[in-house]
Design a protein around this ligand. Sequence first.
Ligand code: UGC
Length: 297
Amino acid sequence: MRLATVRTEAGTVAVAVVGDEVVDLGKAAPGLPGTLTGILALGQAGLDAVSAAIASGAARSALDTSALMSPIPDPPKFWAIGMNYAEHVRETGKPFPEFPTVFAKMPNTVTGPYVDVERPAVSDKLDFECELGIVIGKRCRHVSRERAHEVIAGFTIVNDYSVRDFQMRGGQWVLGKSFDGHGVVGPWLVTPDELDPHSLGIRTIVNGEIRQNSNTANLIFDCYKLIEELSSAATLEVGDLIATGTPGGVGVMEDRFLVPGDLVRVEIDGIGHVENRIVQEPAAKEWIDGPTASITG
Ligand SMILES: NC(=O)N[C@@H](O)C(=O)O
């Protein structure tokens, strides 16, 4: 099953994707929660209701890819893993990891699969990173590697856009990983019954040139080990996203950064692709919002 979130005039809508058509779940199954996170939180009952809606011959409309958002537009947490492919560890000259390198991408990064992505006004060191994304489907803690598959709602694609000079300064990664809109997620969530997450071809193609080309079989810490590691420290929530790390071939290694006009495509077999045009952030213009609420009554 492929589940997505689309933007409509009426707001965001959870849909089931069937071929190149979508079933609006809000209309087809009115009893279901209006968000994908809400549907996932119902567990198997939610997926059964979606299957029933699809099978009931509910109305379908053409898939408008420009309306696609991140399948989970507001994840409670956006975890990211570093140094999880030997080829990337080698190219960075870092030591082979004993444990997963964990960092976070802030919520402001989350954006849809086919949007423009800004090269910041404050840096020209914008880089790409293709990653398999995990979506958590059950609230959980201290999950063993053996049972980790039970808490996975599905898989998606992440492009972990990174601003390398901001990533390296001050000994932290989070700022360079958390520019607005630099967490491309999508195009949809694919449920685990449809694929084996550890045998998927994964590629980054920039302006038609293959820049990263690997397979998720090469993950050092596989999806289940990552869930065991993260849940040993934190309660994982329904809708949490985990970007599982990038293979070799990132631009910084060749001093080849993304520039405005570039077309950046990430493909993962069995899921699909995301694609972004790089645009220039006009200027580092200072702005401060007015009050966003007023005293009522
Ligand atoms: N170099 C770097 O930032 N890498 C990580 O994001 C990773 O995915 O390995």
